[in-house]
Design a protein around this ligand. Sequence first.
Ligand SMILES: Nc1nc2c(ncn2[C@@H]2O[C@H](COP(=O)(O)OP(=O)(O)O)[C@@H](O)[C@H]2O)c(=O)[nH]1
Ligand SMILES: [Mg+2]
Length: 290
Amino acid sequence: MGFFDKLKKITLDLFSGFTEADEAFFEELEETLILADLGMDTAVEAVEQLRSRVRKEKLRDQEEVRAALRDILAEMISVQDTALDLSTRPSVVLFIGVNGVGKTTSIGKLAHQLKGEGQRVLLCAADTFRAAAADQLAIWAERAGCEIVRQHEGADPGAVLFDALQAAKARGVDVVLCDTAGRLHNKANLMAELSKLSKIIDREYPGAARETLLVLDATTGQNGLVQARQFKEAAGLTGIVLTKLDGTAKGGIVVAIAKELGVPVKLAGVGEGIGDLRPFDAKEYVEAII
Ligand SMILES: Nc1nc2c(ncn2[C@@H]2O[C@H](COP(=O)(O)OP(=O)(O)O)[C@@H](O)[C@H]2O)c(=O)[nH]1
Ligand SMILES: [Mg+2]
């Protein structure tokens, strides 16, 4: 069962016993939203808003209550535009996030998708921490049919990015997708590295359309929110890629992140295959959950 199906089942169960929007219903709803990983604060606030709307508007039947709840969650999620800004040639997308969340895989999937739209894509292997990281990216480059710029293990990630940007300009590449290491010797080190990469793009290509996408594993639940806070502070995020939604009924982290950090989820990973990436649609999400 996919993520949306699972969520649908949870909320179907909730509403199947619905008789009226009484205290027992609100309590069960709050529990359901916490289970779906909205986080305590967000779940409590959503239920609080619903309570007050039910009271003010005298909502009675199930459909009215559902619709009100959809509105409330959609409002919480709706931050900026969720489309990627790839308006310049080249444009640059940095993928950041801790180890194992799905950065390299998401790059492979996005490369495949952009290639299918006729874009010329170049992958940049700026995760030089392990040799295997660039090898893994090279496999994705081959699958997606795009180019890759890499160096030896332990190379300066900034130097790899510099090379990639030069190559992109020289070859008329449309989009550069840049992989980064999720683990350096410590967190300060990692954040300094990311800020350095960002400066290289500023310097080499000041007018570039840029995205800095934080990749989060939906199965890690509320821990994702902690990661998002830290990376936002250090790197200035433009969006989230939420991966492994196929492996969990959770994913309510979307609401918490949008609400607390104002960063939109732009892409959703729904499997390990090359076609398993889709645009994240807040409306679809809310309709699935409620
Ligand atoms: N089920 C599932 N697995 C995923 C998804 N995205 C990535 N993975 C898996 O997560 C693991 C780590 O991915 P990887 O791209 O190497 O993470 P990175 O360390 O952030 O680059 C791999 O086994 C991927 O196949 C997804 O959307 N769904
Ligand atoms: Mg990787």
